[in-house]
Design a protein around this ligand. Structure first.
Ligand code: NAP
Length: 285
């Protein structure tokens, strides 16, 4: 079997074309969706993510503002900046790029963002709403993964899903979203015993570990759908996933590549959430 590739790059392009039209329509009604990004410090990976988010906003017509602040900013100063953005009518989404320096509490920063502008979907209110199946901003990477699976018409109801990884930003929420779709979800993590036996039961295997080539074909059931969230650099400095792609594609029915898989969908869902937020905040007056 050679797996069908689920291209996040292509799906992202299609979705962004639709968003462009939607933003044009909003603009004709006098509404310009706005995203504010705060970047603390000069971490090159964070700088690159933020740049890419800004470029994507520009492409679909979303107004974006970047506040680059010194690594020495205090927590109180950062919280004040968030407070100003919470009150700004032209800003519909607020994103503080993580990770933050150790003297600033990520929890305090996330909780300071008004949940109605929390387009990253990390605020406990949005997490709780997602868990209870209520309307919420869904976290962008997990949301993108569900969209990718659905884009291929892959059945989720009753399917065995195994998620490897249980972080708050990827593993846990992607399992929750798939549970909300009536899949049967199992999590694996660093303390899991006999992982191979568990992953081999998966109709859909989602891998979010952050270790290059961690999952080879022996972990995959014939015909499984494999979603590789990992972004790692190999010895040659090339981007690789957590899955041994060349092996896995011979066993899987569908597979996401790295790069060009989950990554482009993450930013796309951030744009989507910002547009949804603009519509909601405007309709509330
Ligand atoms: P993380 O917070 O470091 O979490 C990694 C998870 O993997 C943890 O739950 C950990 O288990 C588990 N793990 C580590 N070693 C393991 C092992 N030997 N066996 C089983 N599980 C193991 O990472 P993350 O933020 O979720 O990110 C995961 C990967 O996805 C990274 O490569 C990251 O760069 C990538 N990522 C990509 C996107 C995108 O848009 N494409 C977005 C976010 C993240 P414990 O909980 O037990 O420690």
């Amino acid at each position: 079997m050679t797996a069908t590739i689920i291209s996040g790059k292509e799906l992202a392009r299609e979705k962004r074309e639709q968003m462009k039209i939607e933003v044009e329509q909003l603009k004709s009604q006098g509404i310009v969706p706005g995203l504010a990004v705060i970047l603390v410090g000069e971490d090159p990976a964070s700088q690159s993510y933020v740049k890419s988010k800004q470029k994507s906003c520009y492409e679909v017509g979303i107004h974006s503002e970047l506040d680059e602040v010194s690594v020495s900013i205090t927590e109180d100063e950062l919280l004040h900046k968030i407070d100003v953005l919470n009150k700004a009518d032209h800003i519909h989404g607020i994103l503080v790029q993580l990770p933050l320096p150790s003297h600033i509490s990520e929890k305090a920063v996330i909780e300071a963002i008004n949940p109605s502008k929390d387009v990253d979907g990390f605020h406990p209110i949005n997490v709780g709403r997602m868990m209870t199946g209520q309307e919420a901003f869904l976290p962008c990477t997990p949301y993108g993964i569900v969209e990718m699976i659905k884009s291929k018409g892959i059945e989720l109801e009753g399917q065995q899903v195994v998620v490897v990884g249980r972080s708050n930003i990827v593993g846990k929420p992607v399992g929750q979203l798939l549970l909300n779709e009536n899949a049967t979800v199992t999590y694996c993590h660093s303390r899991t015993k006999n992982m191979k036996q568990i992953t081999r039961t998966a109709d859909i295997l989602v891998v979010a570990v952050g270790k290059a080539h961690f999952i080879n074909k022996e972990y995959i059931k014939e015909g499984a759908v494999v979603i590789d969230v990992g972004v790692n650099r190999n010895e040659e400095g090339k981007l690789v996933g957590d899955v041994v792609f060349d092996e896995a594609k011979e066993v899987a029915s569908y597979i996401t590549p790295v790069p060009g898989g989950v990554g482009p969908m993450t930013i796309t869902m951030l744009l989507y959430n910002t547009i949804v937020s603009a519509k909601r905040l405007v309709s509330k007056g």
